[in-house]
Design a protein around this ligand. Sequence first.
Ligand SMILES: [Zn+2]
Length: 102
Amino acid sequence: MKILGIEVAVVPDARIAPERGNFGEWRPGRSQIAIDPALVGDQQAETLLHEVVEAVVSGLGMELEHMKLQALARGVYAVLRDNPAEAQAIIRGKRVVTRVGA
Ligand SMILES: [Zn+2]
C-alpha cells in the first residue's frame, strides 16, 4: 500500500504477538507493516488502520502519545465501519453532498 507517497508492504508475522504482545507493527526502517495473521473478524482491519496511523504520524514528524494515537485510530475506524457509504465516498473522492435547491 502507499502511505504518504511511500510504498509500504503489509506482511503477516505470527511472532509479534507471542514475542512482543502486539497485534501489529509499523516498521519504518523496512517500510513495512506486520499484522498477526491469527487475528479474526475485523481485528486485522482495525490493526492495519492503527499501524497506518502510526506510519502517518511518524511520516509527518509528529509525536503523539501512544494512548492518544490508539484512541484516535479506534475512533476513526469505528466511524468508517459504521458509515460504509461515506467511507467509500472518502476513499473514492466522491461528492458527499449536493447543493439544495440548485
Ligand atoms: Zn501502536
